[in-house]
Design a protein. Structure first.
Length: 374
């Protein structure tokens, strides 16, 4: 059979496509960034490609942060499948979407309903969350903060994505089967526990904190509507999955960038809240004046922002640090111009020395960043 797998380069798609190919199917991968001969551009926000040459469509592509995009993309795909007389559609959904207030789950439930009414033969498989869901969330947060916020009282039932891929392979071969039995992980784990265990496995030193969360969607998660009866689904448990996670060494460049950025922000706030006190105790250039304006507007604020952003974006680090060196060099010149105007007099040379030390530190960070990017 000729099969289109939307989202075929994702976590689940990357496991399903090789299985279908090994079974002898002609598989085309639908992806927003085609990079191989067997890839076809597919984007949820755009009309789907022609499905005339396909026997089966397996719809895995999804957009959890924009449920309206997820729903409309699925609806357009059902319409295209009906127009092309596709033999059947296999749709990957989520356990517990029937009566859940979470917008993404509501979109999934509505997409299921529209598929059942589309006239296209179909199979719908629901599964609980994959092992990688929480680690991916933690990675996104931990890259930008010193802690990971977690709403209390929420539990999940993680499942090995290979188990889901194997089940999907079987369903593709069976033909249209309607709504089939759900797949669920073998254990129910608290979100606190999942985050803590992943952070411990990473060895990054980050910490989890509980945060206040409210609303019907949060209540539904706390009530366990996203859970199913635990079953022996096979595959890895979450603990076994975490055992394969490589320990990450602390990123000295990221930590240094955040420290320098935070220091700049603190200095800027001091200057804004109490400029007279700041200049009397640190800069020695008097009250609010042109030097203050030059420092804040042209140096401290923009540099603090880009340094913080570059901490979590490795590709930014070299250009940002080069810019920081230039900025700090200009700041040195700025202080050289006014070095004789400080009161007390020692503050001028002291500021120059501090900026020189910062220039050396930035240069060292740039050297490390360039080495790590090779």
């Amino acid at each position: 059979m000729r099969i289109l797998v939307t989202g075929g380069t994702g976590d689940l798609g990357g496991r399903l496509v090789p299985r279908l190919e090994k079974a002898g199917h002609d598989v085309v991968v639908g992806t927003r960034t085609p990079s191989a001969d067997d890839h076809l551009r597919y984007e949820l926000r755009e009309p789907p490609p022609s499905l005339d040459d396909f026997d089966v469509v397996v719809h895995l592509a999804t957009e959890s942060l924009q449920p309206e995009v997820d729903l409309e993309g699925a609806t357009r795909l059902w319409e295209a499948a009906a127009a092309a007389n596709v033999s059947y559609v296999v749709y990957m959904s989520i356990v517990g979407v029937d009566d859940h207030a979470f917008p993404y789950y509501r979109a999934k439930a509505e997409a299921e309903r529209r598929l059942t009414e589309s006239g296209v033969p179909f199979t719908i498989l629901r599964a609980t969350q994959f092992h990688r869901l929480i680690p991916r969330f933690v990675d996104e947060i931990a890259a930008r903060a010193f802690f990971v916020p977690v709403p209390a009282g929420v539990s999940l039932q993680p499942i090995d994505a290979d188990v889901v891929a194997e089940r999907l392979e079987d369903l593709v071969g069976q033909g249209p089967s309607g709504r089939v039995d759900d797949l669920a992980g073998p254990e129910v784990l608290s979100l606190d526990e999942m985050v803590d265990d992943y952070l411990a496995a990473l060895g990054t030193g980050r910490r989890r904190i509980r945060v206040a969360a409210w609303g019907q969607a949060v209540r539904d998660f706390r009530d366990g509507k996203q859970l199913a009866r635990p079953i022996d689904s096979g595959g890895e448990t979450y603990t076994e999955y975490l055992a394969t996670v490589p320990v990450r060494r602390p990123d000295p460049v990221a930590a240094s960038l955040r420290i320098v950025s935070a220091a700049f922000f603190a200095i800027m706030v001091w200057m804004l809240v109490s400029p007279a006190n700041f200049h009397a105790n640190l800069a020695g250039f008097g009250d609010f004046n042109s030097h203050f304006i030059r420092d804040t507007g042209t140096f401290i604020l923009p540099l603090a922002i880009v340094l913080w952003l570059a901490a979590s974006r490795s590709s930014w680090r070299v250009p940002v640090l080069v810019t920081a060196l230039i900025h700090n060099g200009l700041h040195l010149v700025n202080h050289m111009v006014d070095v004789a105007n400080t009161d007390p007099a020692w503050q001028g040379p002291g500021n120059l020395a501090a900026l020189a030390v910062l220039q050396i530190a930035l240069w060292r960070m740039l050297a490390v960043a360039r080495t790590s990017n090779r």
